[in-house]
Design a protein around this ligand. Structure first.
Ligand SMILES: Cc1cc2nc3c(=O)[nH]c(=O)nc-3n(C[C@H](O)[C@H](O)[C@H](O)COP(=O)(O)O)c2cc1C
Length: 324
């Protein structure tokens, strides 16, 4: 199996990716959170710095672009090519209400004719490999056959399918049946994504699509950063390594120049997921989320780990048909 770490805005930063790869090798490839260029294809220098090859040494990293015009996509792709990237991912899945009406992310599915024109320009205008990360539809997963028909002529390097429609945001139960049909009908490699949160979820996905070779995981691997290792038959996460990882992550944010307030913010975003590895630790977790200084934060984390509530079999909650 080939495992990908999903792009997650605010979570899978350069700092996170480097440390995750060091502490928990097991993801074959990381996808960077989206770059959203303006009409001329420009993004902030800080966004490009996140992708600098020397900051991502030894990582197989794919940048992602979220935009609605082929011109912006191509212009930013040229910049990424100049940085040494050979592949780029197109975000066709973001469900946000601020993105979709602008025909970006999942909003690209609003008008399939414009999408076709976009892809035509992109594939005739770039030498980079282009993959697509897409949902199964906007209002219904039944929309995907029409999207797949549209994608057919284009030489996608792979198709990453988040097995939900846009309406399902991050809550609905993934539609494994619709995914399996899309998988069977695809001429390009297909990657599964959506609610793969534990070994039991993995078994369900593999029993539904036994030939599947590529899987992308997001929230499950933020909550349990050893999930890829575990799915490869390795050791479960242990509390000591989780503690060391989170400690290194906080230190790395503090020394990255973003300051104490933002470093705490980044850690609290990660804890929103990691929380679930500590069932019943409501009081200790609350103290982490309330911490206003590095000292308070460290004391709260130490108190949580010493409470002995860590459970390596816990996971971020979410359903898959047939999984406990
Ligand atoms: C906080 C958050 C940020 C995300 N940021 C991105 C992003 O930048 N690009 C993208 O394609 N998907 C993004 N996603 C979607 C994830 O990559 C993934 O498709 C989704 O979480 C489903 O996979 P999972 O169930 O394994 O988490 C984000 C999801 C969340 C919850």
């Amino acid at each position: 199996m080939v495992f990908y770490f999903a792009p997650m805005e605010g979570l899978t930063t350069g700092v996170f990716r480097r440390l995750h790869a060091r502490f928990f090798p097991g993801a074959d490839r990381y996808f960077a959170p989206f770059l959203a260029p303006d009409g001329q294809g420009r993004v902030k220098d800080s966004a490009l710095r996140e992708l600098e090859p020397d900051r991502n040494a030894d990582l197989d990293l794919i940048p992602q672009i979220l935009c609605s015009t082929a011109e912006a996509f191509l212009s930013l792709s040229r910049e990424l090519a100049a940085m040494g990237y050979e592949e780029v991912n197109l975000n066709m899945g973001c469900p946000s209400a601020t993105v979709v009406p602008k025909h970006k992310g999942a909003g690209m599915l609003l008008d399939l004719r414009s999408l076709d024109a976009f892809l035509d320009k992109v594939f005739s205008g770039t030498a980079l490999r282009v993959s697509v990360k897409c949902r199964l539809g906007l209002e219904s997963t039944g929309e995907f056959p029409a999207v797949q028909e549209l994608l057919k002529p284009y030489p996608l390097s792979e198709l990453i399918l988040h097995a939900r429609d846009r309406k399902g945001l991050y809550q609905s139960t993934p539609d494994l049946k619709a995914f399996a049909e899309a998988y069977a009908a695809s001429a390009v490699p297909v990657v599964y994504n959506g609610n793969l949160l534990s070994p039991a979820h993995y078994s369900v996905v593999m029993s539904t699509i036994p030939k599947l070779e590529r899987i992308m995981i997001g929230r499950g691997a933020i909550a349990n950063p050893a999930l890829f290792r575990q799915l490869r038959g390795g050791e479960k996460l242990c509390a000591a390594e989780l503690s060391d990882f989170l400690d290194a992550l906080f230190s790395a944010y503090l020394s990255s120049g973003i300051g104490e307030y933002h470093s705490l913010g980044r850690m609290k975003e990660a804890w929103y997921y990691v929380n679930h590895m500590f069932p019943g630790a409501g009081r200790q977790l609350k103290a982490i989320h309330k911490a206003r200084s590095a000292a308070d934060y460290r004391a709260a984390v130490a108190s949580l780990f010493s409470a002995g509530l860590f459970d390596a079999d816990a996971h971020f909650p979410g359903s898959l048909p047939g999984a406990p």
